[in-house]
Design a protein around this ligand. Structure first.
Ligand SMILES: Nc1ncnc2c1ncn2[C@@H]1O[C@H](COP(=O)(O)OP(=O)(O)OP(=O)(O)O)[C@@H](O)[C@H]1O
Ligand SMILES: [Mg+2]
Length: 326
């Protein structure tokens, strides 16, 4: 079953710049069509301002779409928002805990807000503090937590009412590598327990490590969607990275030369060299080396790899995720 299905979901903001008269419209989300399957970790990957949070906030009933439709957890987003709300948890980009309370008090409060009795709330809080390993610090004030501890509490807050679907908006941004890996493990545990996870990120390695399927969103539009494997396979070919001695236009010259070869699908400048997508890397590589050698273009380094998620992003958007961020 699909736990989320959207049809042409759109959000346009109209805002006024302070002090200036004219209203400005931003098409944040432009007709998004996608599905999220029951029980998977679904990733929403895209650069800053791509429309990830806006889409997620619409699906979590926090923003009303400008147009389009969606079902979430089997309920119509527009006609049955309260039924949708019962089935989902939402952890926003900046979290939703009260820093002058302890972790436990935050969870108790959240549980009571969701209508659990005091006894049920106590039991659920204890349970969550165990499964998410908050017990050793959870009775301290939240303002004393580390970033990673705070994000784990955020996760617990989203899980209080045992939702079938959990929305996580960039849960690991700003965390150190160890805390990130820890949080990924928690997310995988939730999936094993049957929760569907919808997670936004602008980290390629996170999408690679964590997600069963993902969609790439850019400028409010989904440019591709699929399993990690299918997205990488769809590009086809192999990626060859050449380090060249960069001087007076040699990179541009090498690029032109390479693009003229039938086995070269794409060649672009990258980090003082060239990144190539070729058909049949094993046989193409010697030809590439001979070609550049013959043209007296010295090669410093060579490496070959299967397409990465970055190559997928590049293929569909015409730039790398890092360039998109700049
Ligand atoms: N309330 C609002 N009013 C006006 N514009 C908005 C509003 N919320 C978002 N936007 C704009 O909509 C676009 C998409 O924003 P959104 O927050 O969805 O991006 P994002 O993909 O989550 O980015 P990030 O990775 O930085 O969190 C941006 O151009 C943003 O400035
Ligand atoms: Mg965002």
């Amino acid at each position: 079953m699909n736990i989320i299905e959207t049809r042409n979901l759109t959000k346009t903001f109209t805002s006024r710049t302070r002090g200036k008269g004219a209203a400005r419209t931003v098409e944040a989300v432009k007709g998004v069509n996608m599905i999220v399957r029951d029980g998977e970790i679904f990733g929403f990957l895209g650069p800053n301002g791509a429309g990830k949070s806006t889409t997620m906030r619409m699906l979590a009933t926090l923003l009303v779409p400008t147009s389009g439709q969606a079902t979430v957890g089997g309920h119509d987003l527009l006609r049955e928002p309260s039924r949708v709300r019962e089935r989902i948890g939402y952890v926003g980009q900046s979290g939703g805990t009260e820093s002058s309370l302890t972790g436990r008090e935050n969870l108790m409060l959240q549980a009571r807000l969701y209508g659990l009795s005091a006894a049920e709330a106590r039991q659920r809080t204890t349970e969550l503090m165990e499964t998410l390993e908050l017990a050793s610090f959870g009775d301290r004030l939240v303002k004393t937590f580390s970033g990673g501890q705070r994000r784990r509490l955020d996760l617990a807050m989203g899980m209080v009412h045992q939702p079938a679907l959990l929305f996580l908006d960039e849960p690991t941004t700003g965390l150190d590598p160890q805390s990130r890996v820890h949080l990924w493990a928690e997310v995988r545990k939730l999936r094993s327990a049957g929760t569907t996870i919808f997670i936004t990120t602008h980290y390629l390695d996170e999408a690679d490590a964590l997600c069963d399927r993902l969609a790439i969103i850019d400028h409010g539009t989904i440019v591709t969607e699929g399993t990690l494997d299918s997205l990488k396979r769809a590009i086809g070919g192999d990626v060859i990275a050449l380090g060249l001695d960069v001087q007076n236009g040699s990179v541009k010259r090498a690029q032109d030369l390479l693009l003229a070869q039938p086995y070269v699908r794409n060649a672009r400048e990258a980090d003082g060299g060239i990144s190539l997508v070729v058909e049949g890397g094993e046989s193409a590589l010697p030809s590439v080396l001979r070609l550049l050698d013959g043209a007296e273009m010295p090669i410093r380094t060579v490496s070959m790899a299967r397409p990465s998620l970055d190559d997928v992003f590049l293929h569909h958007t015409g730039r790398t995720l890092r360039e998109a961020a700049e």
